[in-house]
Design a protein around this ligand. Structure first.
Ligand code: PRP
Ligand code: URA
Length: 208
């Protein structure tokens, strides 16, 4: 799938294995999500444009570098919040726009219930963040919301992707790259990713 990049760094893959394990506690699950998200964003941002800036060291002037494009992280509440926190640790100057979306359990359709965005969104590079790309409904809801606000530079970052979700995004928005820690086999009859890791929000916040 041309729009998908799977990040195969050994540390990401090892941590993902612990995340999938049903014996992993919520406390460890939350830490792992943050750690993986940090490693992912480190890889994903390696080709960001940079510009030269002058700084004064205690001894002399030096030419340094800074990222030349403003970054906006857009976590999909709830489960995207912990990933965003891991990324913000590495990009502390990023802005954050929150989107609340949940799936209706019967229809699996996305229900949008909240949004709060920084200004000048369309000039920034936007990373939409959600651990699970299942049917793709939530991702599409977020991408369409951003495109309606003229945002052009959108990437989607998830931990696990199902082929169905990757295809759904590609069909409507082939220019939006998807970065994932793994591409899983399929969705089950309830729209869960298999083998997956279960319900990300429930495992993060012990709502089971
Ligand atoms: C989960 C997940 C995604 C969505 C993915 O959220 O965090 O947002 O499902 O599924 P989709 O690709 O089929 O849309 P959920 O609806 O469980 O909401 P929550 O974060 O509030 O738990
Ligand atoms: N949402 C989750 O949290 N897990 C899945 O497997 C699919 C959607």
């Amino acid at each position: 799938m041309a729009n998908l990049t799977v990040l195969r760094h050994p540390l990401i893959q090892e941590k993902l294995t612990y995340l999938r394990d049903k014996r992993t506690t919520s406390r460890t699950f939350r830490s792992l999500v943050k750690e993986i998200a940090g490693l992912m964003v480190y890889e994903i941002t390696k080709d960001l444009p940079i510009r030269e800036v002058e700084v004064e060291t205690p001894l002399a002037k030096a030419v340094g570098k800074e990222v030349a494009k403003e970054i906006t992280l857009v976590p999909i509440i709830r489960a995207g919040i912990e990933m965003m926190s891991g990324m913000l640790h590495l990009i502390p100057h990023a802005r954050v726009g929150h989107m609340g979306i949940y799936r209706d359990e019967e229809s699996l359709r996305p229900i949008q219930y909240y949004e709060k965005f920084p200004p000048n969104l369309k000039e920034t590079k936007v990373f939409v963040i959600d651990p699970m790309l299942a049917t793709g409904g939530s991702a599409l809801g977020a991408i369409e919301f951003l495109k309606e606000r003229e945002v052009e530079d959108i990437s989607f970052i998830c931990l696990l992707a199902a082929p169905e979700g990757v295809e759904a995004v590609y069909e409507k928005h082939p220019e939006v790259p998807i970065f994932a820690a793994a591409l899983d086999e399929r969705l089950n009859e309830r729209g869960y990713i298999v083998p997956g890791l279960g319900d990300a929000g429930d495992r993060l916040y012990r709502t089971i």
